[in-house]
Ligand binder design. Structure first.
Ligand SMILES: Nc1ncnc2c1ncn2[C@@H]1O[C@H](COP(=O)(O)OP(=O)(O)O)[C@@H](O)[C@H]1O
Ligand code: SF4
Ligand SMILES: [Mg+2]
Length: 361
């Protein structure tokens, strides 16, 4: 597979003031991330709140420009592109927001909202009205919804409008920043299944940021784990869940609640608070919380090293540690996770992608 979208040592800093009249300091929201998104894959990005996932997602679609480093789409560096070229690139890189309300103009009808990106990108349709109706139907909305306003819809339906808007430019890559985390669990499964069907139908590449590791396990082909502005591990999804190689990944997996009777794997807990991205620790940024830290970890930053099996990990002790993953494929067993898996299974049993799959019932 070839990379369709790539970040090369990308940094993004934001000036902030710690005190009202204090001097400005810099938050290193994304601090030297190199990451390739392969054409046709679903790549998940995980990590604690504040580790830079949203900033990275915005850099990848061109909503933010890097302070340093490059973002390359289909061989073209975005920052080097002319305004016209950048607009053409943006057509191919669409964003699905966590809170669709904030991205939908409340004074525009659904039809106008979905037609807008087509107009902005100069996509001519012999019959734009019919193209909008087709898209709405495809995301599970009914024709009569076209003339209504965003506030008349539920959260799940608003997310469908957001997805229709994102698809209106016929993008190559769709990036979802926690696209379902604001929704009720049963609606989450419907929207995830819709995204997966659309991915197949439109030949999309998906980048999904999600908090919920069961959602990631269900959707992703590959996972990138971020810690304090950096990628610390990437791996195919099952390899990451069953045999993590970075102590932070192990700690994230250990934080998935499981009933005591199943707690056979060693529980590794993370000590301490997430350090501040204004003054990140020296050496390995995870060292103040890492149970395996040795003297070298305090002094030297481990590079993200690629291994022969296509994984990558940034840990000085990666080859000597044997870390615990989840014991079997069904190990995420909180009642909420079980309910979600049951919904996924039920939705999957409906059959291959059809026009009504993912339609709210
Ligand atoms: N526009 C901004 N101005 C100042 N700080 C920001 C801005 N956007 C993000 N940050 C800071 O950058 C860090 C990463 O934020 P973000 O990318 O939103 O993380 P995540 O999505 O993983 O929660 C946080 O410390 C956040 O406070
Ligand atoms: S480099 Fe050291 S501190 Fe960092 S994750 Fe590896 S063992 Fe822990
Ligand atoms: Mg975020």
């Amino acid at each position: 597979m070839a990379a369709i979208l790539e970040a090369r040592t990308v940094e993004r800093r934001f000036p902030v003031r710690r005190r009202l009249f204090g001097p400005p300091v810099e938050v290193r929201a994304v601090d030297g991330v190199s990451l390739a998104v392969e054409r046709g894959e679903t790549l998940a990005i995980v990590g604690e709140s504040g580790c830079g996932k949203s900033t990275l997602a915005r850099l990848l679609v061109g909503l933010l420009t890097p302070s340093a480093g490059q973002v390359i789409f289909n061989g073209q560096e975005m920052a080097q592109a002319s305004a016209a070229e950048r607009r053409a690139l943006r057509r191919h890189l669409q964003f699905v927001f966590q809170d669709p309300s904030s991205s939908l103009n409340p004074r525009m009808t659904v039809a106008a909202l979905v037609a807008e990106p087509m107009r902005v990108h100069g996509l001519e349709h012999a019959d734009r009205h019919a193209a909008v109706a087709r898209l709405l139907r495809r995301v599970g909305l009914r024709p009569e919804h076209a003339d209504r306003y965003p506030h008349e819809f539920s959260g799940g339906q608003r997310q469908r409008i957001g997805i229709a808007r994102a698809l209106a430019t016929r993008p190559t890559v769709l990036i979802g920043d926690e696209p379902v985390s604001a929704l009720d669990v049963s609606i989450q499964a419907q929207v995830i299944n819709l995204l997966e069907d659309l991915k197949t139908e439109f030949g999309l590449t998906l980048v999904v940021i999600a908090h919920d590791l069961s959602v990631i396990r269900h959707m992703a082909d590959r996972v990138a784990v971020m810690y304090l502005g950096r990628v610390v591990e990437t791996a195919p999804v099952e390899a990451l869940f069953s045999a993590p190689r970075h102590p932070y990944t192990e700690a994230l997996l250990a934080a998935i609640p499981i009933p005591a009777v199943e707690a056979r794997r060693a529980r590794v807990t993370m000590a301490g608070e997430t350090p501040n991205p204004i003054t990140p620790p020296d050496g390995c940024r995870f060292h103040p919380r890492c149970p395996y830290a040795v003297a070298e970890c305090h002094r030297h930053t481990p590079p993200l090293a690629v291994t022969a099996d296509g994984r990558s990990v940034a840990c000085h002790r990666a080859t000597e540690l044997t870390l615990s993953g989840l014991t079997d494929t069904g190990a995420v067993r909180t009642p909420a996770a079980e309910r979600r898996f049951a919904l996924f299974r039920a939705a999957a049993a409906i059959g291959p992608a059809g026009p009504n799959r993912g339609v709210p019932t």
